[in-house]
Design a binder for this molecule. Structure first.
Ligand SMILES: Nc1nc2c(ncn2[C@@H]2O[C@H](COP(=O)(O)OP(=O)(O)OP(=O)(O)O)[C@@H](O)[C@H]2O)c(=O)[nH]1
Ligand SMILES: [Mg+2]
Length: 318
């Protein structure tokens, strides 16, 4: 028998992990369902936890670090959700996802939830499909970790639709410095040099990054630290940095402004992916009127679809 989807956050909290998983699937398959849209708007406005984008090159140690963070947050009694996103799987049919998300979570523990997501040719890309899931999970869990593989544009976008970004840097590689020069390093609040058990190599990379950031005038805005998922060294310190730099600000007034900006940018890229620049210009002045993005998305989509069906009036071709 088909279960009805929970329609309120309270019902969803009571529905357990199976209920949450069903709602996340429904978000991907029936995104414009009015009940789901209302649920998303409620989740967007809810005081909840914080979402952390975790990004960095392949093999840097993101999943092992996530595993260590899950354990440490659970030991403090905090609940954790993980969204593992793999932009490359749209090219490989999803084969990589299984290999890449080596994160074991205890199915018996209701305080940990894990979801893998692939772009699957989604309109507007992964950032568009993952945002509603991140918003929903943030209303239900204290910490939402969004692991993205790689440092391309779409990974950066996914990470940027969170309350803050942690960039993982590989000891002994100049990667992080390269990314910083290429401008993809503008977003992180925290940089963690992984595999700290490699010793001096990791320390030197951390020192190089700190030097480069301070030359850039960003030394005060970004914290750098080494961590080891193997020994656990640096994990507690990293959590303190994450708390100060991302979690605490996320639930302040500036965090709310940041969330509104995330919603606006999601809404804009979603509508422009579906309706193009002409469609966007038709509704541009209506985009900024209320606060939560999901019901606006639905209303604007319906309006644009109706306009298209009615035929282009020719009044506003630009
Ligand atoms: N020495 C050492 N090795 C580590 C540490 N963390 C991860 N590794 C190793 O690094 C490799 C990659 O780790 P993952 O956690 O899968 O890296 P990832 O960044 O999630 O990789 P992708 O998801 O494929 O991009 C594995 O072989 C790990 O054993 C660490 O703290 N110390
Ligand atoms: Mg991984």
């Amino acid at each position: 028998m088909k279960h009805a989807l929970p329609t309120s956050l309270a019902a969803l909290r009571g529905a357990g992990k199976a209920g949450i998983a069903r709602v996340l699937t429904a978000l991907e398959t029936q995104a414009n369902d009015p009940g789901l849209v209302a649920l998303l708007d409620a989740a967007f406005a809810a005081e909840g936890g914080a979402s952390l984008g975790l990004t960095g090159p392949p093999g840097v140690g993101k999943s092992c670090l996530t595993q260590a963070l899950i354990k440490a947050y659970r030991a403090q009694g905090q609940t954790v959700a993980i969204v593992a996103v793999d932009p490359s799987s749209s090219r490989t049919g999803g084969a990589l996802l299984g290999d890449r998300t080596r994160i074991d979570t205890d199915p018996e523990d209701d305080g940990v939830f894990m979801r893998s997501m692939a772009a699957r040719g989604a309109l507007g890309g992964l950032a568009e499909v993952s945002f509603p899931a991140i918003v929903l999970l943030r209303a239900l869990y204290d910490i939402v970790i969004v692991e993205t593989v790689g440092v391309g544009q779409s990974e950066i976008e996914v990470a940027a639709r969170t309350d803050g970004v942690i960039f993982c840097a590989q000891p002994g590689s100049g990667d992080a410095l390269q990314y910083m020069k290429a401008g993809v390093m503008e977003t992180p609040q925290v940089i963690l040099v992984t595999k700290g058990d490699m010793g001096v190599l990791a320390e030197r990379t951390a020192a190089d990054l700190k030097g480069a950031l301070s030359l850039d005038g960003r030394g005060d805005a970004v914290s750098v630290q080494t961590v080891s998922a193997v020994t656990g060294a640096g994990i507690a310190g990293a959590m303190d940095l994450i708390d100060t730099r991302i979690v605490a600000p996320a639930n302040s007034q500036s965090g709310w402004q940041n969330r509104l900006a995330q919603g606006e940018s999601w809404l804009t890229s979603r509508l422009s992916a579906e309706f193009g620049r002409a469609g966007l210009s038709m509704v541009r002045n209506q985009i900024l009127q209320t606060e939560t993005p999901f019901s606006r998305d639905r209303a604007l989509q319906l309006r644009l679809k109706r306009a298209l069906e009615a035929g282009w009036s020719g009044e506003n071709p630009g």
